[in-house]
Write a protein that binds this ligand. Structure first.
Ligand SMILES: Cc1cc2nc3c(=O)[nH]c(=O)nc-3n(C[C@H](O)[C@H](O)[C@H](O)COP(=O)(O)O)c2cc1C
Length: 132
């Protein structure tokens, strides 16, 4: 089985670190979306999609990339890093992947770094920071 991990990590490389760990663990090829224009996935059976969370969403680049791919009957998984580390952020991408015919085999999320004032006016993040 051939595996690939595609990721977008634009802030502090938190997601990149997770992508590298996963790729070592499952012996997957690794592709940073920043450096990749034409992505060929035909030869892969299992594909991971990872992104940091920016303004309450995974990166637009990862959605644009998924939009262009033929994912019919591919096994996939989704991962993200964010300030709060919630798997909830993966849901939108999972829905898109499933709408394109992929089978989602897993969803993983963990905390990256969190400086709430850097990125959100939403008070819920202030509370989350205080309770950490
Ligand atoms: C512009 C910006 C917006 C962010 N928005 C959120 C957010 O809405 N929710 C959250 O939990 N974390 C948020 N974060 C924190 C990042 O998701 C977190 O640091 C993540 O690990 C970044 O991944 P990266 O280093 O791979 O880019 C934001 C960070 C930045 C820079």
């Amino acid at each position: 089985m051939k595996s690939l991990i595609l990721y977008c990590s634009t802030y502090k490389s938190h997601t990149e670190k997770i992508a590298e760990l996963f790729s070592k663990k499952i012996n997957a090829d690794l592709l940073n979306l920043k450096n990749s224009k034409n992505i060929m996935i035909d030869e892969y059976d299992f594909i991971g999609f990872g992104s940091g969370v920016y303004k309450e969403s995974m990166a637009p680049q990862i959605f644009k990339c998924v939009d262009k791919l033929n994912l019919m009957n591919k096994d996939v998984f989704v991962f993200s890093t964010s300030g709060v580390g919630m798997r909830y952020y993966n849901m939108k991408l999972i829905k898109l992947l499933e709408a394109k015919g992929a089978r989602c085999k897993g969803s993983f999320a963990c905390k990256g770094s969190f400086v709430s004032r850097d990125f959100s006016d939403n008070k819920i993040f202030e509370f989350s920071t205080l309770s950490n």
